[in-house]
Design a binder for this molecule. Structure first.
Ligand SMILES: *[C@@H]1O[C@H](CO)[C@@H](O)[C@H](O)[C@H]1NC(C)=O
Ligand SMILES: *[C@@H]1O[C@H](CO)[C@@H](O)[C@H](O)[C@H]1NC(C)=O
Ligand SMILES: [Ca+2]
Ligand SMILES: [Ca+2]
Ligand SMILES: [Ca+2]
Ligand SMILES: [Ca+2]
Length: 539
């Protein structure tokens, strides 16, 4: 009995000493590999290459190519040191961190033979981790309660939508019938309107053609009389020759030959002038007015602020006048409203030499008002058109609402429709320079705070990819960056009690990233997940 007791004590002592010894030698070995390090046997490097006496393990000299004989020293450049980190989580570090003066393991085991005494922080770390876990568990628990409310609301939204859709379909049927009626009424009202307007227009065109002819005749006769200076009812070569403006070939004088080419004979009668000469010269012809005085010239000149040389006064002014009148003509054709005003303004000009005196008649070319009967039909047709337009708008509005509701119904708003209430909602994130506004499932914009136009940084594209599909939202195809791709936004969703954006960054140019908190991504199974999780995984 006594002997046995002694033996037991001795055994315990030896065991203790042996273990202590082992603890040094077996430093830095991962628990799963401990069975490979047996002090009574030679050690075989873990890559199987060579066997060495066990004393070579952790002797601060690298023997194995894979570094497996020196897990507890920094002798092998590729060695792995395992810290047990009791109370927390064991980790493997590169063995050159061993004894480098920096505490890498929370249990301080990497600095075992250094002057630095590493405090054991494993307990503290574990405590913090547990607190963090607890905080997260609580957050998710509260979030899930909110999320369930959101899911319940999604249910009532669905029912409301279904009812509204039925209502709208009914309404649409009625409105479309009404629209068809209104269209028929419009057609009926427009028939007599068109007929009356056409009649009126045709009458006006006829009258205008007659007036046009009379005007031409008047001009033609005026011109003939002007040219026929000796009033023998003939225009001769000499009479036309003074109009050098008609000379197409300015190289030489206005020769007899050239004049004759225009007249087609030595002289022409009014009829001949009418049929062969007038059209040729009417555009270039300038009436010669004897009464032009220097005073009148200078007035005209100063009005125009484009002084001509004093020689060739007549010529210069006439050109000027002609140009001005043709410009005036254009203006009048375009804008009849100004006619009266212009008549007053240009009164002086009437006395000035002009190529074609008829310019003042052009002002009468406004189509006359419709007669009262036509006006009545137009009024009726206008009313019918307005009624039709109103009916059209009503149909369009209802169709749009139906379309919107259907679009929303087809939208993937989460596994349990938990994102449903966020549809149509916009959320802002205020930054120093910009406000970022994301309108869920639609688009996101960047609004400069100092004024200036907002920039779309993306349109709703899709959810993220499995397995955490609903934790990411993608908005793409925003306004293109200068010389770059189009802008895009990725929203990373995180469990939170409220729906809110909490950060926006631009990690790569034109690719924005937002962190958004929402109960919709809170996890009902978080408790179970957290206890199975590696403490080092952050999320
Ligand atoms: C260990 O903790 C003490 C006080 O608790 C502190 O003064 C000391 O600097 C710490 N040592 C290291 C290596 O962090
Ligand atoms: C001039 O010719 C047109 C046809 O081109 C004719 O209608 C008009 O009556 C003529 N005028 C005179 C005064 O002969
Ligand atoms: Ca060694
Ligand atoms: Ca270290
Ligand atoms: Ca004559
Ligand atoms: Ca000539």
């Amino acid at each position: 009995m006594f002997v046995r007791s002694i033996a037991l004590i001795l055994l315990l002592f030896i065991h203790d000493a042996f273990c202590h010894n082992n603890k040094n030698i077996l430093r830095g070995i991962q628990s799963s590999l401990l069975s490979m390090y047996i002090p009574s046997k030679p050690f075989t490097c873990l890559d199987g290459t060579i066997s060495i006496p066990f004393e070579f393990v952790n002797d601060d000299y690298c023997d194995c190519r894979d570094g497996s004989d020196e897990p507890g020293t920094s002798a092998c450049p590729n060695g792995q040191f395992f810290c047990e980190n009791k109370g927390y989580v064991g980790i493997t570090i590169p063995s050159h961190f061993v004894g480098d003066g920096v505490c890498d393991c929370c249990d301080g085991s990497d600095e075992y033979e250094n002057e630095i005494i590493c405090n054991n922080t494993c307990f503290e770390l574990a405590k913090k981790t547990n607190e963090e876990r607890e905080r997260r568990r609580l957050l998710h628990e509260q979030g899930v309660a909110k999320k369930n409310e959101m899911i319940a609301k999604a249910g009532s939204i669905r029912i409301e939508r279904k009812n509204r859709l039925e209502e709208l379909e009914e309404q649409l049927k009625r409105l479309e019938t009404d629209l068809n009626e209104k269209e028929e009424l419009k057609r009926q009202a427009e028939e007599p309107e068109t007929a009356h307007k056409d009649k009126h227009q045709k009458a006006w065109e006829e009258e205008r053609a007659i007036r046009e002819l009379a005007r031409r005749d008047e001009q033609m006769q005026d011109m003939f009389n002007d040219l026929d200076t000796n009033q023998d009812k003939l225009v001769s070569i000499k009479e036309l020759q003074v109009h050098t403006e008609l000379d197409n070939d300015k190289e030489n004088d206005f020769t007899d030959e050239e004049v004759k080419t225009i007249l087609g004979a030595d002289s022409v009668t009014l009829d001949e002038f009418n049929s062969t000469v007038f059209e040729q010269i009417s555009n270039s012809y300038q009436k010669i007015t004897q009464s032009v005085t220097n005073e009148q010239v200078s007035t005209t000149e100063s009005n125009k602020a484009t002084p001509e040389p004093s020689t060739e006064e007549d010529h210069g002014i006439s050109d000027e006048e002609k140009r001005e009148h043709s410009v005036d003509d254009d203006a009048h054709d375009k804008n009849d409203m100004d006619d009266n005003l212009d008549d007053i303004d240009t009164k002086d000009d009437i006395d000035q030499p002009t190529s074609l005196d008829h310019t003042k008649h052009v002002h009468d070319d406004t189509a006359p008002d419709f007669d009262d009967e036509t006006k009545k039909f137009i009024q009726i047709a206008d009313q019918a058109r307005n009624d039709f337009k109103d009916a059209e708008k009503k149909v369009r509005d209802v169709k749009k609402e139906i379309e919107d509701l259907q679009k929303r119904a087809e939208m993937n708003l989460g596994e349990h429709d938990e994102f449903s209430i966020m549809y149509d909602q916009c959320y802002d994130y205020e930054e120093r320079e910009y406000t970022y506004r994301v309108c869920m499932f639609k688009s996101a914009v960047q609004i400069p705070k100092g004024g200036g136009s907002e920039v779309t940084i993306g349109y709703w594209e899709s959810w993220g990819s499995e397995p955490n599909k609903y934790s990411v939202m993608k908005y793409t195809n925003g306004v293109s960056c200068w010389n770059g791709p189009s802008r895009s936004l990725t929203i990373h969703l995180r469990c939170g009690i409220e729906n809110r954006a909490i950060d926006v960054r631009e990690p790569t140019k034109c690719e924005y990233a937002m962190i958004f908190e929402t109960p919709a991504v809170c996890d009902e199974n978080i408790g179970a997940k957290l206890s199975h999780q590696d403490t080092h995984t952050e999320f």
